[in-house]
Design a protein around this ligand. Sequence first.
Ligand SMILES: NC(=O)c1ccc[n+]([C@@H]2O[C@H](COP(=O)([O-])OP(=O)(O)OC[C@H]3O[C@@H](n4cnc5c(N)ncnc54)[C@H](O)[C@@H]3O)[C@@H](O)[C@H]2O)c1
Length: 363
Amino acid sequence: MSETLGTDNIVVAAPVLHGYFAQLFERFGATGETAREVADHLVEANLTGHDSHGALRAPWYLEKIELGELDPKAVPAVVKDGPTTAVIDGGWGFGQPASRLAMQLAIDKARQMGVACVAVRNANHMGRVGYYTGMAARHGMIGLGCVNLHGASPCVAPFGGIDRRLPTNPFSIAFPTDRDPDFLADMTTSVVAEGKLQMRRNRGLQAEQNWIIDHDGKATVDPWDFYSEPVGALLPMGGVVAHKGFALSMAIEGLAGGLSGAGCSNPDANRHGNACWYTVIRIDAFTPLDEFKANVGKLIDHVKSSRKAEGIDEIFYPGQPEHFRRAERLSSGIAVDPQTWEWLARMAAKVGVQPPPGPLSGR
Ligand SMILES: NC(=O)c1ccc[n+]([C@@H]2O[C@H](COP(=O)([O-])OP(=O)(O)OC[C@H]3O[C@@H](n4cnc5c(N)ncnc54)[C@H](O)[C@@H]3O)[C@@H](O)[C@H]2O)c1
């Protein structure tokens, strides 16, 4: 689901935005290497069309550093290690280095053993799960990942309920194909990522029908019914079959929250974080890699060959919209909404950093 841009955005070239973020994270205490890694992740999210996980997150991370919730110098550590398993403690630093370490470890172990699972706890927001499952696909393996919010920060109603009880709990699976790009499914188990609702609010736009309910459980398209007291809730993924999104979200609670030791969603948890569970499968432990890739390639051709519904020019497979969006935004630039831009500028002023002078333009 691509994001609706609205108007009055600040359009910035990707390398300029990257430099700005990296400078800010470093001034707020991160090493140069970590600052660049987090900047890479956020800019990549914007490039692939997921503005909910790009620039929008940068000032929030900086505020978390100020509040002492995010240690910019933390180095993730392996605290439990087995032949096919591991647990990583993120030291309440940025979530991205912890997830990268987890996925790298799972890839190395799967290369030796065929399959490996690695969990992460005590880490902050790690951004897009697909950024990490995609690492496995690039190594010719299958990557799976899912995330809960360390037991805290519910914003999604359970199926049949109207109160916030679960986070948006994302899930991703990626595998290599003989087509470009690889197959990469990466999605929330709520109808939409909360950040996409935030972007609509920031841009003065309405939500889509059936994204949210107000505090009394009534359907609404006003994002403020979700954000202002008394708060409403997002709905689980699935529309008329939302019990399926709800079921998947609860399953993720057990894997990401339960196995990592971070905890499943519960009323006593009050520290927002990302607990993760990653699995990597070495394909040639089951079947020759080339055969697997060719099989998936045929599947892609098969689904794309369907007659198209009215108004549809092309049938895409998961990972393809992001691939096209990336090429577009590398040339057109990244549109940052004015509220996020101002929030960033306020944080930048605290450490004497000037917002980039250009190339900028309104759009
Ligand atoms: N770290 C966190 O706490 C957290 C929480 C929630 C979500 N997220 C991330 O938010 C991101 C956005 O999630 P989302 O659910 O809004 O994504 P989305 O709805 O935009 O896309 C979901 C999936 O559908 C595919 N897709 C989209 N449009 C398509 C089309 N027209 N045809 C075929 N396939 C299509 C995409 O390739 C993707 O795999 C994800 O990267 C997720 O990992 C992170």
